[in-house]
Write a protein that binds this ligand. Structure first.
Ligand code: NOJ
Length: 874
């Protein structure tokens, strides 16, 4: 019997390896269960788009010793180096360590770098080209700082509940829009020469209970993180959908999330990693853990995890599930050699795929201080040297940021109030119009709501190089126009606000906001997730007050998602409502562009605005519901989130998904549907090769893994692949459980190296990643004529929806869109295709996609509820 190397929380490992769950049975006996899927699929070096990268990876990995391979997979520990995560280096080959850095909207902790609009904001543009260009600029800024992996973009959370604290980091609760958003952003990032990391995989839909320590710190007695309990069909048709698109787009890495899925931790859930991601989608890159989301050593390795971040078991323990323990696990055979080789190959293939070279540029910034000189090993306070070079990577991106923000601004209501034309008197109201007295970066990780809101809080942030508040840009515009302008930027100054907006000829611009962020920061009772959907800073009361006094009240909302507009949106005195999302550093200029018609608004709300919180049908779980066990969040609503829920239940929203106005008008006509005849859908057959290994094998003599020499400088709390004693593996491991046998804890087939059958819904060995390639066969071409019937040029976001026809299907689902520029009086053709995937449902019995017999209908129109054109699909 082989001995095992396993450091784990007892509660987590049985579910990860598929053993019977006994742990929770005294609490609930119907806990969702995640089936075991083993062995972990090894790479397919001939997958389309990965061939050259894998050839280079093979050349490199074949030269590595075991401890060097381990170094590629294991972070050096929290704050061990300059980036938020770094793996070990390979000094023998002059290979510096890989740098992982947040965030999805800019270089977190950077100086002289840009703060872009959030993912959710750009989603509102419905503009593929903007998705791409924003991604490319973000990628280029990271590249300029020496980053290897950008920790973004985000499709988990997708936005199951509107209160979810990190929804703004992602795109939209619609999986089709989210899929295009994350795929195009990833292409942009990777074309800039850095690896994108699509996160958080998967069902990471709320902040409450995402980590035990965080929850215990707030007084909750739980022993495991939240389990998102999802059925197979919902997983495929909703949560996995955007990850399919990003895998197909060639993403280099994917971050597994904190939560459990069906009571197995996402970073050791073999069904999610081995099954869905690597087998069914044929993902060829590497899986990286979220920070402290790894809970076991061998179990996570055989379940498909490829890199642990930041490398220590918990921040700054100096211990690791991997590092030394992974070296020992390979030596004693509990992690097969092919698995460590596969990890290294996947990491290096992603590296080469985006054009990185072995001789990498230096990392020129530091996450933990902006000081020019300081300790390179921050946690250990060691290695004083220059750590910040203050390299300016902005490269004029302010213009793009302004363009993205303006093109993503949604006009929700307009009773002729907009665009402004040299108004006589502007009365500007609200803290959200002005700067923060603390400075734009005054709160760490933006964990407060002072002044105008231009990004949420948490790790998904960046430092503002400057922040143009709305009032700054409005003042300049007013000066140019000869407009009188006054602002009251204190939400509590009721009498000053009242006096201001009561004056003759006032056009009131009321700026309001609602914020949220990542769970480690709690602000005003919002522990990451929002505690309610009302506006912050008394915003609703201010709007009601102003609109009771001023018959031309224009409301501008900066927010992380929908807020409740119910009490005031239909007041005749509220003459316009704008949602400007989280616009980033050019907030002021972009809102002026829209208010004054320099940019004709065309964006569409990427989520539904309900009248009541309850109307959404889903909510955050705020209190543990499983005793001191892992809280259980049952996704019983299935695929019915956001508009799909409103439509199914026939609940009238205030503004529906996809809705947005323009300063011109459009008419839709001439829908035409042409059927195409691709070959039949073939379930993929055949099998893989046997598991490959690379290089000259490895020594099993512990003496070969001792720290290199007496002169080697050991850094405190740093994670190494070496052993500190060769006398006993148990002693070297520092794992109290060392000595468990493989048979005691490894599921069957976990270390099997034999050829494995390919997944019927997956790609062939030389196909394109993302699933069975037949899913992208074109079945229909759809065209329609769109005419600009107004007086000004504008963009129209044409949307295509499909009814899949089954009783379990939403009335309509988004399956196409385009943003088209049309001159006044002109007519332009909207042209799109429907592929097999667009018309399929996940069939749990055959474990494949099927087109059901239910009658299917295609709709085209300007929003999810305004669909003037329709045709049945034969
Ligand atoms: C935890 C967050 O969930 C993740 O998004 C981020 O990339 C890491 N921390 C690193 O900061």
């Amino acid at each position: 019997m082989r001995s095992a190397v396993l450091v784990t929380l007892a509660a987590t490992y049985s579910s990860a390896v598929g053993l019977p769950e006994t742990y929770h049975l005294d609490r609930r006996d119907d806990l969702a269960h995640s089936p075991p899927v083993y062995p972990s699929p090894w790479m397919s070096p001939n997958a389309i788009g990965w061939e050259e990268a894998y050839q280079k990876a093979k050349d490199f990995v074949s030269q590595l010793h075991l401890d060097e391979k381990v170094n590629l997979t294991t972070g050096v520990g929290w704050q061990g180096e300059q980036c938020v995560g770094q793996v070990g280096s390979i000094p023998r080959l002059g290979f510096r360590s890989l740098c992982m850095q947040d965030s999805p909207l800019g270089v977190r902790f950077g100086d002289y770098s840009s703060a872009f609009p959030s993912g959710q904001t750009v989603a509102a543009s419905f503009d593929r080209d903007l998705f791409y260009r924003r991604g490319q600029a973000i990628g280029a800024e990271h590249k300029g700082k020496g980053v290897t992996v950008v920790l973004g973009p985000v499709a988990g959370p997708i936005g199951r509940t509107p209160e979810g604290g990190r929804n703004w980091e992602g795109f939209s609760p619609d999986p089709w829009l989210s899929g295009i958003g994350i795929a195009e952003t990833t292409k942009g990032i990777q074309d800039a020469g850095v690896i994108a990391c699509a996160k958080h995989y998967i069902a990471n839909e709320q902040e409450h209970f995402r980590q035990v320590g965080e929850s215990v710190g707030r007084g909750f007695n739980i022993s495991g993180t939240l389990s998102s309990n999802i059925d197979d069909k919902t997983m495929h048709e909703l949560y996995l959908w955007p990850f399919v698109d990003v895998v197909k787009a060639g993403v280099g890495s994917i971050m597994c999330s904190y939560n459990q899925v069906n009571n197995s931790y996402a970073c050791q859930n073999s069904k999610l990693l081995n099954g869905l991601l690597k087998s069914e989608l044929g993902f060829q890159g590497f899986v990286m853990s979220d920070w402290q989301a790894q809970h076991s050593g061998v179990a996570s390795a055989v379940a498909g995890l490829d890199m642990t971040m930041p490398g220590d078991t918990e921040f700054n323990t100096g211990l690791s599930y991997w590092g030394t323990n992974l070296t020992l696990a390979v030596i004693n055979g509990t992690v097969p050699e092919y698995r460590i080789d596969d990890m290294a190959m996947r990491i290096m293939a992603a590296f080469f795929k985006v054009g990185l070279e072995l001789d990498q540029p230096e990392i020129n910034f530091d996450s933990w201080t902006l000081d020019t000189y300081g300790p390179i090993h921050y946690a250990a306070n060691e290695g004083f040297q220059q750590i910040n070079w203050h390299v300016d990577v902005q490269n004029g991106h302010g213009a793009l940021i302004r363009e993205v923000a303006a093109k993503s601004t949604v006009l929700l209501k307009n009773e002729g109030a907009l665009p402004l034309k040299k108004p006589k008197f502007l009365a500007v109201v609200g803290e959200d119009a002005g700067p923060s007295a603390l400075g734009p970066n005054g709160c760490a990780d933006r964990g407060c709501d002072e002044g105008t809101l231009a990004m949420g809080w948490g790790s998904g942030t960046a430092n503002f190089p400057y922040l143009i508040a709305p009032i700054d840009a409005l003042n300049f515009q007013a000066a140019d126009d000869g407009t009188r302008i006054e602002a009251v930027l204190n939400n509590s100054a009721t009498s000053q606000i009242t006096d201001l907006v009561s004056q003759a000829d006032a056009t009131a611009l009321v700026f309001v906001n609602a914020d949220s962020g990542e769970g480690y920061i709690e602000y005003d009772g919002n522990a990451g997730d929002r505690k309610n959907l009302t506006l912050w800073g008394n915003g609703d009361e201010i709007i009601k007050n102003v609109s009771s006094l001023c018959n031309n009240t224009i409301v501008i909302i900066h927010s992380v998602g929908p807020t409740l507009l119910t009490d005031w949106y239909d007041s005749p005195n509220v003459t316009a409502i704008i949602w400007a999302g989280l616009p980033g550093q050019e907030s002021g200029r972009s809102i002026v562009d829209v208010l004054y018609g320099k940019v004709n608004p065309a964006a569409r709300t990427p989520f539904t605005w309900g009248a009541k919180r309850e109307d959404y049908g889903t909510d955050v779980l705020y209190e543990p519901n499983n005793g001191d066990g892992a809280p259980q969040q049952d996704f019983t609503e299935g695929v019915f989130i956001d508009y799909r829920h409103f439509d199914k239940k026939n609940i009238t929203p205030i503004y529906e998904f996809g809705f947005g106005l323009s300063y011109t008008t459009f008419e839709y006509s001439d829908l035409a549907v042409e059927k195409k005849y691709p070959t039949a859908y073939n379930p993929t057959a055949g099998e893989t090769a046997e598991a490959p290994t690379f290089g000259a094998g490895f020594s099993t003599d512990l003496n070969d893994y001792l720290f290199p020499s007496d002169s080697f400088r050991y850094i405190w709390q740093y994670i190494y692949p070496y052993v500190n004693t060769s006398s006993s593996a148990a002693e070297a491991s520092q794992d109290p459980h060392y000595g468990q046998t493989a048979d005691e804890f490894l599921p069957s087939k976990a270390i099997d190296a034999a050829a494995q059958p390919l997944h019927p819904a997956g790609p062939t060995l030389d196909g394109e990643s993302g699933g069975n390639n037949g899913l992208w066969d074109e079945l229909y071409t759809v065209t329609a004529q769109i005419t600009n019937t107004g007086d000004v040029a504008g963009d129209e976001v044409v949307q295509l929806y499909v009814s899949l026809g089954g009783s379990d299907d939403p009335p309509v689902v988004l399956r196409g869109f385009d943003r088209i520029h049309i001159e006044p009086g002109q007519s332009v053709q909207f042209n799109t295709t429907l592929v097999r995937r667009d018309l399929s449902n996940w069939d749990t019995a055959s474990q494949n996609w099927v087109i059901t017999d239910h009658p299917k209908t295609v709709y085209v129109g300007p929003s999810s509820r305004k669909l003037p054109l329709s045709a049945s699909l034969s």
